[in-house]
Each structure stands twice: as C-alpha cells, then as structure tokens.
Design a protein around this ligand. Sequence first.
Ligand SMILES: [Zn+2]
Length: 90
Amino acid sequence: MENNEIVSVLTCDCNPGFNWKNKNTYNAHKKSLRHKSYEINKEEREYKININKIQIEYNKLKLENMQLRELYLNSAKENMNLKKKLNLIN
Ligand SMILES: [Zn+2]
C-alpha cells in the first residue's frame, strides 16, 4: 500500500517529544507563557554566548595591542641608540 500523505508533525523545542494535535492548539501553545519564557531563556543563553565570544576577542586584541606597543617602543629605543652611534661616528 502506498502512502503519499504528508503528515505535518507539530513539535516545539520547549516541550521535546510532545506533538500537538492540530494547528490551532499548536498556535495557542506558541502564544503561551511557557513557550514565551522558553524563547526568552533561549535568547538570553545566546546573548551570554555572544558576550563571552566578544570578551574572548577583546582579551585577544588587548594582548595583541600590548605586544605591538612593546615592539614599537623597543624599536623606537633601538632607533635612538642607532642615531646616537651615528652621531658619534660623524
Ligand atoms: Zn514551545
């Protein structure tokens, strides 16, 4: 027997394993407090992850900036020494 019927399964991440019987109850669920608080919590988790990524990137850039600054100051010092030596020669 062939079965060409397309069955839509109405599920939601906030209630794993549960299938809503029809679009109406599913849509009502999407408007429910339970679902909305799930959505808010999910967003908060994503924000926290993003903030964490930004913090890591910021620390990386801060370190890189410090290293470049040190490199710049050292080469400025070396330049000064070389100029002094050249002045002594000339
Ligand atoms: Zn839900």
